[in-house]
Design a protein. Structure first.
Length: 252
């Protein structure tokens, strides 16, 4: 029952938000093309389910591919930064500078270089999550207690063995934290790329619906994207917690 408590609280908060939304529509009498009621959005979700599903598959694929690639690059970068002082000297300024460039500024350039297909959107996702994962994992790797590192050095452990046996178990919680952030940021990257230029995807569908004053369809697409993001975050959160427990267990 305790495991269901967070879900129940989330469901209650969602129901409250929907009810408040409906009350606002009733009290203000706002036109449906500005703020549709929850009932209109639900109807659009049902009536346009095939159209939404076709575009959702594209966006979800871009998010998952970009998340996997960005996380892998972030992990590799963090390991290189920890194992090599030269890598820290050369890569850290480049990483920080790349993160300082707004993704909105890069998305049009990526579309120009890579075209309107999925490639430019995947790269956008990679760029938006790469720094959080690399930074969080690197911080975790560097927080290994000094005493353990000194002990490994006296036992002539190799740098990579020290990373695998000492640094990695201590860094798993930080990596899990970075991945949770990445799960939230990744959909932003995909949708931004679709807004800049695409012929498929939920971001494209939202722009199309907005241009046709189909605000209910736009909200329905946004709801699907938000639901997927919540599910993705919850999945990564549970996986991160399981991985943290696994590395925290003493070896037999």
């Amino acid at each position: 029952m305790a495991a269901l408590a967070p879900f129940a609280r989330g469901l209650a908060a969602f129901a409250f938000a929907i009810g408040l939304w409906q009350v606002v529509v009733w009290l203000t009498g706002v036109p449906h093309f500005i703020l549709p009621s929850p009932e209109r959005v639900a109807r659009a979700l049902v009536n346009s389910r095939a159209l939404i599903a076709q575009n959702a598959v594209v966006t979800f694929a871009q998010i998952l591919a970009g998340l996997a690639l960005g996380a892998a690059l972030g992990v590799i970068t963090a390991l290189q930064l920890v194992s090599s002082p030269t890598a820290r000297l050369l890569l850290r300024p480049v990483i920080v500078f790349a993160q300082a460039v707004p993704i909105f500024a890069l998305a049009p350039i990526l579309t120009l270089w890579l075209g309107y297909g999925m490639g430019s959107k995947i790269v956008t996702v990679v760029l938006i999550i790469y720094f959080p994962v690399a930074s969080a994992f690197y911080d975790g790797l560097m927080r290994t207690p000094r005493g353990l590192l000194d002990l490994a050095q006296t036992m002539n452990a190799s740098p990579w063995r020290t990373i695998l046996r000492l640094r990695l178990p201590n860094a798993v919680p930080s990596l899990a934290s970075g991945m949770r952030l990445a799960a939230v940021y990744a959909p932003f990257g995909a949708v931004i790329g679709e807004w800049v230029g695409a012929s498929r995807g939920l971001g494209y569908l939202m722009l199309l619906a907005n241009g046709r004053a189909q605000t209910d369809l736009m909200f329905a697409a946004l709801f699907v994207l938000a639901a997927f993001t919540v599910l993705l975050h919850a999945t990564i959160d549970r996986a991160g917690a399981a991985l943290t427990r696994r590395f925290a267990e003493p070896e037999g």
